[in-house]
Design a protein around this ligand. Structure first.
Ligand code: AMP
Length: 113
């Protein structure tokens, strides 16, 4: 399976996953290998390879992903304690799945860089 297919199958529910939130534009689900008590991935339903592919034309989807990240953080009750969002891009950025995603991480004190 090519690796963008993994996320496509989560969106269309062909692969079982814990979906936290879904609307017409985005899907949020638990990371299979969590790095913290809360580790959720937020992805666009329509394929975008990575942050390099965000343009003025499709910027709205990224704002929606970020906006929903903070809403989910509140729903998970980590908005006050704090959390981090991360977007890895390409090889040096550590992007393994070639499908744009935001990592929403929290529920413990995260190390600084
Ligand atoms: P990245 O390294 O930024 O590309 O992050 C990819 C993330 O996808 C990693 O944190 C993986 O643990 C996660 N992941 C891979 N396969 C799945 C899956 N089937 N369900 C949920 N998360 C996944």
């Amino acid at each position: 399976m090519n690796n963008k297919k993994i996320f496509e199958n989560i969106i269309n529910k062909k692969t079982p996953s814990k979906i936290i939130y879904q609307d017409k534009k985005i899907t949020a689900f638990n990371d299979i290998s969590p790095k913290a008590p809360i580790h959720i991935l937020i992805i666009p339903n329509k394929f975008i390879k990575n942050l390099n592919k965000i343009t003025k034309k499709n910027l709205k989807i990224l704002s929606h992903m970020i906006y929903m990240s903070k809403k989910i953080a509140k729903k998970k009750k980590i908005n006050k304690s704090g959390y981090r969002i991360i977007i890895n891009c390409n090889k040096d950025g550590g992007q393994k799945i070639k499908y744009l995603h935001i990592h929403l991480i929290g529920g413990k004190k995260l190390k600084n860089f």
